[in-house]
Design a binder for this molecule. Sequence first.
Ligand code: NAP
Length: 253
Amino acid sequence: MASAPIAVVTGASSGIGAATARQLAAAGYRVVLTARRKDRIEAVAAEIVEAGHEAMAYELDVTDRAAVDTFATAFRKIAVLVNNAGGALGADPVATGDPADWRQMYEVNVIGVLNLTQALLPALIASGDGTVVVLSSTAGHASYEGGAGYVAAKNGARVLAETLRLEIVGQPVRVIEIAPGMVKTEEFATTRFRGDTEKAAKVYAGVAEPLSADDVAETVTWAVTRPPHVNVDLLVVRPRAQASNSKVHRELP
Ligand code: NAP
């Protein structure tokens, strides 16, 4: 019996990445979970295996090119790469933003995607039906005050996806961009505000139903499981309460 196709998910230790790994495994993929926190990806992988699916964990920093290249040597064929690792640091205006934060956001959200995509592209092509997913953000499509460093980085990820799609047309690989709006995950806003849970909570204050990690994982899984000739170029998904990055309906006391 042929073995199941492989899906690699970066940043699978929490939030959208962990949810995507669970859903792709349930959809029949052998899932490889990667992130820096080994204990977390091992726990999620164990849970997936416990549920009767196939998963393995591999500790990987997407910004470490040598480590990414070593990781890539383990695979001859890969069906799906989900470039999910990323995030925001700070919410400072351009006038006072820390260049170190900007650099770090560019490293993980753009160079991280570049590293994995370059290293795994031969295996994606070799699969005969590969899919590259880039988790960008609505921040990659419209600017908002206090967001410039993240907006710039996610624009970079968006452009990488668009350009790659142009460059590899004719190869058996799809390039899908998923751009979520507000998603309430345990860590995204807390990481952005460096552990300040009060500031993090304000991001979602009064919003009845922000998207969940599972909502976004469903869109990823839906796009990936379309027939091979169907390329979902871009899927923008927001909660109903969010009409734009800065127009959010909040029911505050
Ligand atoms: P999250 O829970 O903070 O997850 C971020 C993931 O990225 C973690 O698993 C983290 O794992 C991993 N990561 C960070 N730096 C890494 C590195 N250098 N190497 C490898 N992995 C790294 O956030 P999330 O909400 O699930 O977000 C997932 C993706 O969706 C991100 O790209 C984010 O920008 C995007 N997004 C989020 C939202 C939102 O509102 N939450 C909206 C739009 C887009 P380790 O720390 O274990 O390495």
